[in-house]
Design a protein around this ligand. Structure first.
Ligand code: CA
Length: 268
């Protein structure tokens, strides 16, 4: 059976904090299954078996689920079946070459948005130019370092994360505008750091709901594990100092003793 603790370290950036703590606390294999399923799927289209193995090993170590296809003519069918979050596409493939696959994917409604990372030969400058023109998102030149490849995979996945359109939130005299990343109190602009902003937006979007420090860490800080539940208190204090008329008697960000924090249900 998998050694959970070891896997937890490898997969840690993909696991919500609370779950991670449980894994580190008492080793429970059920969580392993849970978090493996949460990871993103990557399809490798490549005909060199050694390279597939190497890519697979390294990507899985990073927490991705990986499948592969060696024949170019089967790539589109595989994409239909697997619906990967990203395609690593070798240009030189038997069956159908990578450029043609790229072209066909970009014409496709459903798969048109899947990011493509091309693998090209060192001498394949023309391929790179054409590839980027017809819709590949990025490329690496063989031979490449796994570190570089993984960095590019991550960057592409980040870039393609769906952007959520959020309307501005108004609570009494407080207005939060997510698209402009702006906060004002009674018409006066307030400067918040990115994290302060996310914290305030999360609480204000759920007025009246109480969040524990752990929940806030999961939802606002995400995978940054350098923070502790006490950091939440520090940030709450900073935000209060910026938005509250009387930070000691907060009208917006209220402490719920023994539980956590909430944004006032009614803020007038
Ligand atoms: Ca090849």
């Amino acid at each position: 059976m998998l050694r959970s603790r070891e896997l937890a370290v490898n997969y840690s950036q993909h696991i919500p904090r609370k779950m991670l703590r449980k894994i580190h606390g008492d080793v429970a294999d059920v969580y392993v299954l849970l978090f493996i399923d949460m990871s993103k799927k990557i399809l490798i289209a490549e005909d060199e078996q050694d390279l597939i193995r190497l890519l697979k090993y390294n990507l899985e170590k990073e927490g991705f689920r990986v499948s592969s296809v060696t024949d170019g003519s089967l790539v589109l069918a595989e994409i239909r079946r697997e619906e990967p979050a990203l395609l690593i596409l070798d240009v030189m493939l038997p069956g159908m070459d990578g450029l043609e696959i790229c072209r066909q994917m970009r014409r496709h409604d459903k798969f048109g948005g899947i990011p493509i990372l091309m693998l090209t030969a060192r001498s394949g400058e023309a391929d790179r130019v054409v590839g980027l023109e017809i819709g590949a998102d990025d490329y690496v030149t063989k031979p490449f370092s796994m570190r570089e490849l993984i960095a590019r995979v991550r960057a592409l996945l980040r870039r393609h994360e769906p952007v959520q359109q959020q309307n501005s939130v108004q609570r009494g005299s407080l207005v939060i505008d997510p698209s402009a990343h702006a906060v004002s109190v009674a018409g006066k602009q307030v400067e918040l750091s990115a994290l302060e902003f996310r914290l305030l937006l999360h609480l204000a979007s759920n007025p009246g709901l109480v969040f524990s420090r752990d929940q806030l860490l999961d939802r606002v800080w995400g995978n940054d594990r350098s923070v502790t539940p006490r950091s939440v208190d520090v940030y709450i204090r900073r935000v209060r100092e910026k938005i509250e008329t009387e930070p000691q008697q907060p009208a917006f960000l209220q402490t719920v003793h023994g539980v956590g924090y909430r944004f006032a249900a009614r803020a007038d």
